[in-house]
Design a protein around this ligand. Sequence first.
Ligand SMILES: Cc1cc2nc3c(=O)[nH]c(=O)nc-3n(C[C@H](O)[C@H](O)[C@H](O)COP(=O)(O)OP(=O)(O)OC[C@H]3O[C@@H](n4cnc5c(N)ncnc54)[C@H](O)[C@@H]3O)c2cc1C
Length: 435
Amino acid sequence: MTKSYDAIIIGAGVIGACTAYEMAKKGLKTLSIDKLPEAGYGATSGSCAIIRTYYSAFETCAMAFEGWHYWKDWEGYIGAGVADDLIKYHDTGCLVIKTPHNNDLKNVCAVMDDIGCPYNDVDVADIPKHLHGADTRSFEPAKRPEDAGFGQATGGVVNGAVFFPRGGYVSDPKLSARNAQQAAVAAGGAFLFNTEVSEIRQKEGRVQGVTLSDGTKVDAPIVVNVAGPHSFVINDMAGVSEGMNIKTRALRHEVAHVPAPKGMNFERDGLVYSDSDIHTYVRPDVGNHLLIGSEDPACDPKEWVEDPDVFNTDFSDQWKIMVMRVAQRLPELGIPEHAKGVVALYDVSDDWMPIYDKSDLNGFYMAVGTSGNQFKNAPVAGKIMAAIIDACEAGHDHDADPLSFHLDYINKDISLGAFSRKRKINENSSFSVIG
Ligand SMILES: Cc1cc2nc3c(=O)[nH]c(=O)nc-3n(C[C@H](O)[C@H](O)[C@H](O)COP(=O)(O)OP(=O)(O)OC[C@H]3O[C@@H](n4cnc5c(N)ncnc54)[C@H](O)[C@@H]3O)c2cc1C
């Protein structure tokens, strides 16, 4: 193995693999290092892999709409050099319930108008046409089973919904990372698995490379942290956390995998569904199942994890609470005796928006803080990271003069200052997985 590269990428999840692909396409000799056995084995494999365009900020909505085009033409993005089957993207569209939490989606729809992303208003009476069997009564505010009135409607119906046709899901998120890894290899990138980075070496304010846990040293003038829930560990290792206004932490999350209600072919007819009246989101899954995740209501305690290598992978009460909340909307949904699904970690930033940025250490970059909502943006994030690295290595001061990035498909420019580690907290954020 050559011990010297143009760039080292720590992490081979979907964002790490796409970043490696974009850098390799630019002619850099890259080495991706991951302590797990295969690409996408970490948080990526636990992802619900929902592709949607609604977020709380212009930049995140625009990036997600741009990202949708990559999933729609995954083959065009990945190219011909991939041995495995390619992922299948299910373009179901997304139905989002209007609630006071999302200001009846008025701000989101204004951004959609701005970026040219289509959507349709859905009257409350028409919600069951999209989500068969839906009970449209309101259940706000969110409660826990021990609270009085849990599961009981609180009066009136929800305010309607918005259907976003540009959205859907990928049923095999791990394969998407593997596709991107193989594309990176075809472009000249190298990957090293079952290998842990234990030190970021530096000299006179510039990164020199990494040391592996077996003591091997690998040199490179560029190192990129795409370590998912371990992002803060790697940033601490590099000594760059102090210089960040926005920090990242690992948060434990459960996803439930349950059979669709009787008589409902959700795998065939279902769609991505987000409902902040019952504080859950749903998407179809193989075998006519529903995947259910939480939209993080204030009444549910958050399980921050201090050591991302050690966390409880058993299901807790949270699993059943999420399924019961969805059963408020879909009364025919059964609540299985045995919990199935995923327990995984989000890499959450202080305002639940990602950090795609340089650091205070020259040559050290980061794509972190993906907050349970950046799978969909992996190809665009890869391009953004390659652009930031290109500009900074050429001497541009991205902190003082944040780069503007052109989104080719939607023909819009975004300021990458929105993803800076030094930004102020985005107070308009949902401070949840919605971003
Ligand atoms: C339960 C869940 C549901 C989600 N649902 C969605 C969704 O529906 N839509 C959406 O857009 N996003 C979703 N996300 C978020 C999305 O999956 C992540 O943002 C994305 O997968 C992150 O990819 P990544 O490449 O940055 O990190 P990861 O996939 O976490 O990869 C990081 C890699 O770094 C490696 N690593 C860490 N430390 C070291 C070290 N010291 N040395 C070597 N390797 C190291 C790890 O082994 C790991 O493989 C979800 C996430 C979770 C957990």
